[in-house]
Unconditional design. Structure first.
Length: 277
């Protein structure tokens, strides 16, 4: 069964680091057309170096992915019987934070998540998927760094995010404001004496970029493709994929011990895969 590690190995083997930028809008009207998302999709499907028409390209996508995203709802990609992938692009070599907007940090994605579209919910028979954050620094159309990090390596699996949102929402609603029902944190009406203005309160989540968490394990003077995964997840990958990884001399695998996102007094065992150039 195809998995994120398969896709990572394919991207490394292509030795292609240039993305097509002609489809990307500076205002990001359409997430599906983003150049980094297309790069990842093409790389996973092993068609980065192929000149295909839209129909043939989509046929390749359909072999690997059950879902390839919509404009405003997570996730960006879903591998058939595999992981859910969130793709984020940066125009800096040293991004501090990931802007998740209204989507909170996730370890798992549930088919019952209210933020999902019906198409994502029904694209395959699934209940829960591991979340992978794919984070690319793209400078002048060239990928300088590409990270694939499983959410459970740096994100809490508890309900802390949901509890905080609910707490803030309840505090607003318990005040003396003229509130309207909304899917956001709140909307306060009639702010001014004439009632002409309203105040929208949105939940905008930020997450520290893993580069700043795992800095000790990378060469800061090189470009690179990285994958960080817990050992127990790594052990579920197909043995054929593991053997292919071991034969690839361009990728190094290092065992690392990091803080447990759910309990910093404890640690978790992970692996970091590195292709640096």
């Amino acid at each position: 069964m195809f998995n994120t590690l398969d896709g990572y190995i394919r991207l490394v083997k292509t030795n292609i680091v240039q993305v097509n930028t002609h489809e990307e809008s500076s205002i990001r009207i359409n997430r599906v057309g983003d150049s980094l998302e297309r790069y990842v999709k093409d790389g996973f499907c092993n068609i980065l170096d192929k000149d295909l028409d839209d129909n043939k390209r989509q046929e390749s996508y359909n072999e690997i992915f059950s879902y390839t995203g919509t404009q405003n709802q997570p996730p960006d990609l879903m591998i058939k019987a595999g992981d859910a992938i969130e793709v984020k692009k940066f125009k800096s070599l040293n991004p501090r934070e990931i802007q998740l907007n209204s989507s909170p940090p996730r370890v798992k994605l549930s088919s019952e998540d209210p933020m999902l579209s019906e198409r994502a919910r029904n694209c395959e028979n699934w209940i829960q998927k591991d979340v992978v954050y794919c984070l690319g620094s793209v400078i002048n159309g060239i990928i300088k760094e590409l990270w694939f990090v499983y959410g459970n390596c740096f994100v809490s699996s508890s309900n802390i995010y949901k509890e905080l949102k609910n707490s803030v929402k309840e505090t607003l609603e318990s005040g003396s404001y003229n509130m309207s029902p909304t899917n956001e944190l709140g909307r306060i009406n009639n702010v001014d004496p004439l009632g002409y203005s309203s105040f929208r309160i949105r939940n905008m989540w930020l997450l520290k970029h893993p580069k700043r968490m795992f800095v000790d394990y990378t060469n800061q003077t090189s470009s690179g493709f990285y994958l960080i995964v817990r050992n127990e997840k790594y052990d579920t990958f197909d043995q054929k994929t593991i053997e292919e990884l071991k034969l690839n001399k361009e990728i190094t695998t290092q065992d690392i011990t990091v803080e447990d996102p759910d309990n910093p007094s404890e640690t978790i065992e992970c692996k970091i895969l590195k292709y640096e150039f």
